[in-house]
Design a protein. Structure first.
Length: 175
């Protein structure tokens, strides 16, 4: 499958919102591994913020957005409690947020392509580490991250218990 990964543009916001809604609808009909909720997360504003910050990337297949994520240097507050492999002020660490693959493209390599891009991008920008969090029951994502060489660090509370999401696993990959 040909996948092109590039910075998202203002023109992509409607399609990103549709991806988020389609994915949340899909998750609500089966096992909602990430615990995402339509209208709560991810939402249009996440796409707008990522594009305005020049850190939202889209994976396109035949011109259609098949997946997306945000690559940031700002961690969640709970990340500071973890004992990471590499100590940093986050200037040379990339944090993955809002990692989403459209339901029509699940198990097609889009997620792997996005994570490979994150490593390539990190290498080009002299990052030393890529970090992310994943809801403890999101087994498909956990399997992907571990297959791609991410190392489990610890489990933390990101303060989302009011949405039934109490514990998140932190992962890191040194690059």
């Amino acid at each position: 499958m040909d996948i092109i990964i590039e910075l998202g543009k203002i023109d992509d916001i409607d399609e990103l919102e549709q991806l988020y809604n389609d994915l949340n609808d899909y998750l609500s009909k089966g096992i909602n591994y990430p615990g995402w909720l339509k209208g709560v997360y991810p939402v249009r504003q996440n796409a707008i913020d990522g594009i305005n910050n020049d850190n939202l990337y889209v994976a396109r297949h035949n011109g259609k957005i098949a997946g997306s994520f945000i690559l940031s240097h700002k961690p969640e507050t709970a990340y500071y409690k973890a004992k990471w492999e590499f100590e940093s002020d986050y200037s040379d660490v990339i944090v993955v947020y809002t990692f989403a693959v459209h339901p029509n493209f699940l198990k097609c390599g889009v997620g792997t392509a996005l994570m490979d891009f994150a490593v390539e991008h990190g290498t080009k920008t002299h990052a030393r580490s890529i970090r992310l969090d994943v809801y403890e029951k999101n087994m498909p994502a956990i399997r992907l991250y571990e297959k791609l060489g991410f190392k489990y660090i610890t489990t933390v509370d990101l303060g989302l218990g009011n949405h039934g999401l109490n514990w998140f696993k932190l992962y890191e990959k040194l690059i």
